[in-house]
Every structure is written in structure tokens, then in C-alpha cells.
Design a protein around this ligand. Structure first.
Ligand code: HEM
Ligand code: HEM
Length: 226
């Protein structure tokens, strides 16, 4: 039996709008890039890839300039804190955290790293007959472009594995710990034992960071040329 007296009851804001929009836009654009790549619609594939690039640039900047729960400094923890958290996993009690837990934080970084490799390798990729290529592939010779294409395929397998693990973790929390992590990622609000009193970044800052991200994605799509 769970101790209902420690059940989190205080509703409070957890994830800001930009973090949630970036998350679900990543899910949609990665899914679309996958479908377009598999069905040979390479113009659409590249477009989805530039969207992913813009979303990652936004998320990385937001990790330094965004709201409290989105900042890397607020959730990236060392091995000691991570191990201490891992030891609490077998317990069915769930303590809602004002952000990612220390283990989840590493999976977030791993997914972001895999996405960076995915996009960068795509930018330099050339297909076997040199017909389809990324906008930076003319900076490398054909053989190197093929190595990037192989890396692009490999990193997609890694990304798929990480996403499966990610969804398995969400299901583990839902079923074993009876903690719904998805609702806060949709509504932005969670329930806590005490109000975490997080800070939230102003909308104008999100607009400026989004403009920077769009510029980077657009300029990269142009092959980083003026
Ligand atoms: C998260 C973003 C991306 C995902 C999930 C992704 C996924 C994939 C997948 C699954 C394939 C293999 C398709 C197949 O042969 O069946 C592929 C191929 C390819 N992708 Fe991406 N990609 C992404 C981003 C990009 C970007 C940004 C570019 C360049 C602008 C790009 C350029 C290419 C090219 C040129 C190929 C063909 C390579 C070859 O045939 O060996 N991709 N991608
Ligand atoms: C392509 C698929 C996916 C990718 C690349 C992905 C990536 C991410 C990333 C990068 C974060 C960190 C959020 C941030 O701090 O910005 C995150 C968090 C999260 N994702 Fe996903 N995600 C994917 C699919 C899903 C799906 C399908 C679900 C729902 C079942 C989901 C549920 C969540 C939840 C609940 C969190 C917050 C976890 C927490 O409370 O610490 N994700 N995801």
C-alpha cells in the first residue's frame, strides 16, 4: 500500500510552453523525417531535418536562457546523485521533482546528443549514386560523404533505441510508480508535495531564441553561404 499522506497534492507550473512545444514538435518532425526518408521523399526529409535542427538549437540555448526547469544547470547531476537516485527506483513511492530526475536528465542529454549526430551526419551525407545529399556534402569528397551517410544510418538506430528506452521509462513511471509524467509535458502543470516555486522565462526571450534558431536552420539549409 502506498502512503497517501505523502501523495503530491500541490498543483504548480512545471514545464514552460517553449519546452513543451519543442518536445512534441521534435516527436512530430522526427517521425516525419523517418517516414519521408524511408519512402524516398528526400526534399521533405531534408525539410524535416532542418526543423529538427532548429528545434535542437532552440532547446540547447533554452537550456541556458530558459525557465528554471528547462536549464541544464537545474537538472544535470553528477554520478553520485544519479546513483543515489537509481537506488530509489525499486521503491514504488514517487517523489515528484521540479524537473527531470537525475537519471532522466542523462537520457535527455543522450537523446539530444544522438539528434545532433543525426542532423550533422545528414548535412554531410551523400547517397550511393550521389543524387541525394545534404547541403554541406560538397565540403567533403564522395567517400567521406558516404561515411557520413553510414553514420547517419547508425545514429538513427541509436536514436530509435534511446526513444524506445525513453518511452519505456515513461511507462515504468506510469505503471510501477503510478506517476503520470506525460500530462505535465502536455499541460505544463504537475503536482508536488510543496510548491517548487520555479522561475519562468518571459515570452520575448523565447521569441528571440526562436529567431536565432530559425536563422541557424535556414542558413544551414543554404549550405552556410551568404
Ligand atoms: C532527426 C533528423 C533526421 C532523421 C531521423 C533522419 C533519418 C534518416 C533515415 C532513416 C535515412 C535512411 C533512409 C533510407 O535509406 O531508407 C536517412 C537518409 C538520409 N538523410 Fe536523414 N535524417 C535526419 C536528418 C537529416 C538531415 C538534416 C539531412 C540533410 C539535410 C539528411 C539527409 C539525408 C540523406 C542525404 C540521406 C540519404 C543517405 C543514403 O541514402 O545513404 N537527414 N535519414
Ligand atoms: C521521437 C520521439 C521522442 C523524443 C526525441 C523525445 C525527446 C525528449 C526530450 C529531449 C525530453 C526532455 C525535455 C526537455 O527538457 O526539453 C523529453 C522529455 C519527456 N518526454 Fe519525450 N521524446 C520523444 C517521445 C516521447 C513520447 C512518445 C512520449 C509520451 C509517451 C514522451 C514523453 C516525455 C515526457 C513525459 C518527458 C518528461 C520526462 C520528465 O518528467 O522528466 N516523449 N523527451
Amino acid at each position: 500500500m502506498r502512503d497517501s499522506s505523502s501523495a503530491p497534492v500541490v498543483p504548480a507550473r512545471l514545464w514552460d510552453g517553449p519546452t513543451r512545444i519543442v518536445h512534441w514538435a521534435l516527436v512530430a518532425s522526427i517521425g516525419f523525417a523517418w517516414w519521408a526518408g524511408e519512402t524516398g521523399r528526400m526534399d521533405w526529409h531534408r525539410l524535416a531535418g532542418y526543423t529538427v535542427l532548429g528545434l535542437i538549437v532552440f532547446r540547447l540555448l533554452w537550456g541556458f536562457l530558459g525557465s528554471g526547469s528547462a536549464r541544464f544547470a537545474s537538472f544535470v547531476r553528477g554520478p553520485r546523485a544519479t546513483l543515489a537516485y537509481v537506488r530509489t527506483l525499486p521503491s514504488r513511492a514517487h517523489k515528484a521533482m521540479p524537473g527531470h530526475n537525475p537519471l532522466g536528465a542523462w537520457s535527455v542529454l543522450a537523446i539530444l546528443a544522438a539528434l545532433i549526430v543525426q542532423v550533422v551526419s545528414g548535412l554531410f551525407s551523400v547517397d550511393i549514386d550521389g543524387l541525394e545529399s545534404g547541403p554541406l556534402s560538397d565540403r567533403v569528397d564522395f567517400d567521406t560523404g558516404r561515411v557520413f551517410a553510414k553514420a547517419h544510418h547508425l545514429s538513427f538506430s541509436a536514436l530509435q533505441a534511446l526513444v524506445v528506452l525513453h518511452i519505456a521509462a515513461v511507462i515504468f513511471y506510469a505503471v510501477y510508480k503510478r506517476a503520470d509524467l506525460v500530462r505535465p509535458m502536455v499541460t505544463g502543470r504537475g503536482k508536488f508535495e510543496t510548491d517548487p516555486a520555479l522561475t519562468f522565462a518571459p515570452v520575448w526571450r523565447a521569441v528571440l531564441v526562436a529567431a536565432a534558431a530559425v536563422f541557424v536552420a535556414w542558413w544551414t539549409a543554404k549550405g552556410l553561404r551568404v
